[in-house]
Design a protein around this ligand. Structure first.
Ligand code: NAD
Ligand code: GLY
Length: 359
C-alpha cells in the first residue's frame, strides 16, 4: 500500500493507492467523518464492473446510498447531464452533512466533483478513479467541471476531494487503448518535472505494460507525488501548475479539430508532447537526443505520434482560443532537457511554424 497527503491546510487530504482496496471505501470514509447519506455517481460501464462492491462497502459502513448513473462519454460531460445529477441529489435528500462518491474515469470525476462543489454551495466528495488517467491526474488537485458547447472544461471550480482511493485492480478491466492513453500523462510528469521518474519509466516499460501491480503502484505514486507537490505550491494555477499542461496546448487543439471521437484525450496529449519536444529542441531547451528519448518512450507505450492532418488556418484559429493564452500570446510549456520545464510566450503563428504542422 502507498499513501500520500496533499497538504493544503484545512483542505488537506490523503491519496491511498492499493491493490484490492475498493471494499475498504466505506470504512475509510467513516474514518474521516463521512457517514450518513451518500450519492454514488458513476456510469453504466463502471457500475457493471465495480458498482456492487462499492455500494456494499458504503452500505456496510452504515450509509444510506443512492446511485446516480450518468451516460458514458465525454459528450455527456455537460450542463444537461449535470442537471440530472442535481435532480438525483435532491431526490435522494442529500443535505450538507451528506457526501458524494465519484466512481469512474475523469469524466465522472470532473462532473461529480463539480456537482459536489455547487450543490448546496458545496458538500464533501471522495474520488474513486478507475482509469489510469484519472488515477494519475484528474482525481488529484481539485479541478472539477463540465464542457460548454464552445469549449472543453470551460465551466468549473477548484474544489478538493476529501479522499482519493485508488484501487489498481480496476485497471485490469480498462481497455488497452485507455491504458496507453493514460501512459501519456504518466510520461508527462517525467518529461516536465521528474527526470529520475522518466528514467524509471524507460527501464521498466515492459513490466508496466504487463501491468505488474508493484510497478503500477509505483507509477501512480510517482505521478500523484509530483502532482501533489505542484498543487500544494500553486493550487489555483497562478503559475507553476500550468506546467501540468505540457503537451496539452497542441494536443487539445488537434483533439478539437480531429473530433473527440477520433482520438482519446491521452492520445492527443502524446502527439502534443512529441510536438512540444520538437519545439523545445528548436528553441534550444533540449538536445535532439533528449527529444528522441521522449518520443521513443511514448512509442514504447504504444502511443502513435503522427499528427492528424489539419488545415493550418483552422489550427491557428483553435490555438488563438486557447484558455492559456494572454492577449493573443500562448503560454507554451517546453521541456528543459528531461525532467525540467521552461515557459515560452509564443504567438499561434510561431507555434505553428515551430511545430512543423504547416507543411
Ligand atoms: P473517461 O472518464 O471517459 O473514461 C474512459 C472510458 O473508460 C469510459 O468509457 C469509461 O466508462 C471507461 N472506464 C472507466 N474505468 C474503467 C475500468 N476500470 N474498466 C473498464 N472501463 C472503464 O476518460 P478519462 O480518460 O478517464 O478522463 C478524461 C476526462 O478527464 C476528460 O473529460 C478530461 O477533461 C478530464 N481531465 C481532468 C483533469 C483534471 O485535473 N480534473 C485532468 C486530466 C483530464
Ligand atoms: N491536469 C492539469 C491540472 O490538474 O492542473
Amino acid at each position: 500500500m502507498s499513501r500520500l497527503t496533499v497538504n493544503l491546510g484545512a483542505q488537506s487530504y490523503d491519496i491511498v493507492i492499493e491493490s484490492g482496496c475498493l471494499p475498504s471505501l466505506g470504512d475509510r470514509c467513516a474514518g474521516i467523518g463521512l457517514k450518513g447519506r451518500v450519492a454514488l455517481i458513476t456510469n453504466p460501464t463502471v457500475a457493471a464492473l465495480y458498482g456492487d462492491s462499492v455500494l456494499r462497502s458504503l452500505a456496510d459502513a452504515g450509509n444510506s446510498v443512492s446511485v446516480i448513473e450518468i451516460p458514458d462519454g465525454e459528450e455527456y460531460k455537460n450542463a444537461a447531464t449535470l442537471n440530472r445529477v442535481y435532480d438525483g441529489l435532491i431526490d435522494a435528500g442529500l443535505d450538507r452533512r451528506s457526501f458524494i462518491v465519484a466512481l469512474g474515469g475523469g469524466v465522472v470525476g470532473d462532473m461529480a466533483g463539480f456537482a459536489a462543489a455547487t450543490y448546496l454551495r458545496g458538500i464533501p466528495f471522495v474520488q474513486v478513479p478507475t482509469t489510469l488517467l484519472a488515477q494519475v491526474d484528474s482525481s488529484v488537485g481539485g479541478k472539477t467541471g463540465i464542457d460548454h458547447p464552445r469549449g472543453k472544461n470551460l465551466i468549473g471550480a477548484f474544489y478538493q476531494p476529501r479522499l482519493v482511493l485508488i484501487d489498481v485492480e480496476t485497471l485490469a478491466t480498462l481497455p488497452v487503448r485507455e491504458f496507453r492513453a493514460g501512459m501519456a500523462e504518466v510520461v508527462k510528469y517525467g518529461v516536465a518535472l521528474d527526470g529520475a521518474f522518466f528514467e524509471y519509466l524507460e527501464r521498466n516499460a515492459s513490466a508496466i505494460l504487463n501491468m505488474e501491480r508493484g510497478h503500477l503502484i509505483e507509477v501512480i505514486h510517482g505521478c500523484c507525488r509530483t502532482k501533489a507537490r505542484v498543487v500544494e505550491l500553486d493550487e489555483r494555477e497562478a503559475g507553476l501548475r500550468a506546467v501540468l499542461n505540457y503537451g496539452h496546448t497542441l494536443g487539445h487543439a488537434l483533439e478539437t479539430l480531429a473530433g473527440y471521437r477520433e482520438m482519446v484525450h491521452g492520445e492527443a496529449v502524446a502527439i502534443g508532447m512529441a510536438l512540444a519536444a520538437r519545439i523545445s529542441t528548436a528553441l534550444g531547451h533540449c538536445s535532439a537526443a533528449e527529444g528522441a528519448r521522449i518520443t521513443a518512450l511514448l512509442e514504447k507505450f504504444g502511443l502513435i505520434l503522427t499528427p492528424p492532418v489539419v488545415e493550418p488556418g483552422r489550427l491557428l484559429d483553435t490555438l488563438s482560443k486557447d484558455k492559456k493564452s494572454r492577449g493573443g500570446t500562448i503560454i507554451f510549456v517546453c521541456n528543459q532537457g528531461i525532467g525540467n520545464h521552461a515557459v515560452e510566450m509564443l504567438s499561434p503563428e510561431q507555434l505553428l511554424a515551430l511545430s512543423g504542422l504547416e507543411v
